[in-house]
Design a protein around this ligand. Structure first.
Ligand code: NDP
Length: 267
C-alpha cells in the first residue's frame, strides 16, 4: 500500500481524504491518505517523519504552503511563480514541489464548466497566496486582460508587475473597479470566510461569470453576483477536486474521473 496524506493546521475539516479515496477506488490503486495535524512551528519535522515512514507524497494546506516551498529540493515553474507548494512527491532523496491550485481552477473552468478564458477580460479580487498561485495557469489560457483588484492596492500592483512577462496584467484598489462589465470575476479574497463581500461596484457583475474560490456554502460574493445579474455563479468545490486530481496524477501518473467525485460531494 502506498502512503499519502495532507498536512495543515487546522486539518479536521479537510475533504482531501474522501476525494483521494474515491480516486484510488476509480483507478484501482491501493493507497492510504491521512490527515496530519502538524504543530504550527513543526511542519518540517512532521513532514520528514512522514517521509521516513515511507510516504510517497503529500499535500500541504494552510498555513504551511510557504514552508513546503522551502522544504522541496526541486520546484516546478508553477510552484516557483506561486512562491508556494501544495503538493510534494518523494522521489528517492528528492522532494519535488508542485502547486496544483491554479491548474485545478483552470481545469474546473475549462473542462467542467466549459468556459474558455481565451481573449476574455478577467477580474481577480484579492492579492494573497491564492491569487499568486492561480495567476500563471490563468495567463497561460491567453485572456485578453487580467486585472487584479485588492483592498491593499500595493499588493495588487506588485503581483501584476511580477506576472507581466506572462500576459497583460494590471493591479489596482477595489474602489477603482468600475461598473463596466467584465467576462469573468474570480473572488480570491478570504472575505467569504468572515461572511463579507469585497466592496466593489455592482455593475461589474452584469453578464459576468462569477467564481468564488471558497466552497461549502453559499457565500456573500455568490449572493452579490446573483443579485447583480451574473451569467453564472460558481463556488470553488470543482477547483478543490481538480487540484487534488492534478496532485494524484503527479504522484501516480493516473488521471481520475473528477466529475463523478464533484457530483458525489455536491450530493
Ligand atoms: P490570504 O490570507 O493570502 O489573502 C487574503 C486576501 O483577501 C488578501 O488579498 C486580502 O486583502 C483579502 N481580504 C481579506 N478580507 C477582505 C475583505 N473583508 N474585503 C476585501 N478583501 C479582503 O488568503 P489566500 O489567498 O490563501 O486564500 C483566499 C481564499 O481562497 C480563501 O477563502 C481560501 O479558502 C480560498 N482557496 C480555495 C482553494 C480551492 O481549492 N477552492 C485553494 C486555495 C485557496 P489585503 O491584502 O488588503 O489584506
Amino acid at each position: 500500500m502506498e502512503r499519502y496524506g495532507v498536512f495543515g493546521n487546522p486539518i479536521a475539516h479537510s475533504l482531501s481524504p474522501v476525494i483521494h479515496a474515491q480516486f484510488a477506488k476509480q483507478t484501482g490503486l491501493d493507497i492510504s491518505y491521512d490527515k496530519i495535524l502538524a504543530p504550527v512551528d513543526g511542519f518540517s519535522s512532521s513532514a520528514h517523519s512522514f517521509i521516513n515512514q515511507g510516504a510517497k507524497g503529500f499535500n500541504i494546506t494552510v498555513p504551511f504552503k510557504i514552508e513546503a516551498f522551502n522544504l522541496a529540493t526541486q520546484l516546478s515553474l508553477n510552484a516557483k511563480t506561486a512562491g508556494a507548494v501544495n503538493t510534494i512527491k518523494v522521489d528517492g532523496d528528492e522532494l519535488l514541489g508542485e502547486n496544483t491550485d491554479g491548474i485545478g481552477l483552470v481545469n474546473d473552468l475549462v473542462n467542467n464548466l466549459d468556459i474558455s478564458l481565451k481573449n476574455k477580460v478577467v477580474l481577480i479580487l484579492g492579492a494573497g497566496g491564492a491569487t499568486r498561485g492561480i495567476l500563471l495557469p490563468l495567463l497561460k489560457q491567453s485572456p485578453e486582460r487580467l486585472m487584479i483588484a485588492n483592498r491593499t492596492a500595493s499588493r495588487a500592483i506588485q503581483l501584476a508587475k511580477d506576472f507581466s512577462d506572462y500576459g497583460k496584467t494590471c493591479g489596482f484598489s477595489l474602489e477603482k473597479v468600475k461598473h463596466d462589465p467584465v467576462d469573468i470575476i474570480i473572488n480570491a479574497t478570504s472575505a467569504s470566510l468572515d461572511g463579507q463581500m469585497p466592496n466593489i461596484a455592482n455593475g461589474v457583475a452584469n453578464g459576468a461569470i462569477c467564481y468564488d474560490l471558497m466552497y461549502g456554502e453559499q457565500t456573500p460574493f455568490m449572493n452579490w453576483a446573483k443579485a447583480n445579474n451574473a451569467k453564472m455563479v460558481m463556488d470553488g468545490l470543482g477547483m478543490l477536486v481538480e487540484q487534488a486530481a492534478a496532485a494524484f496524477k503527479f504522484w501516480t501518473e493516473k488521471q481520475p474521473n473528477t466529475q463523478a467525485v464533484i457530483k458525489h460531494l455536491r450530493s
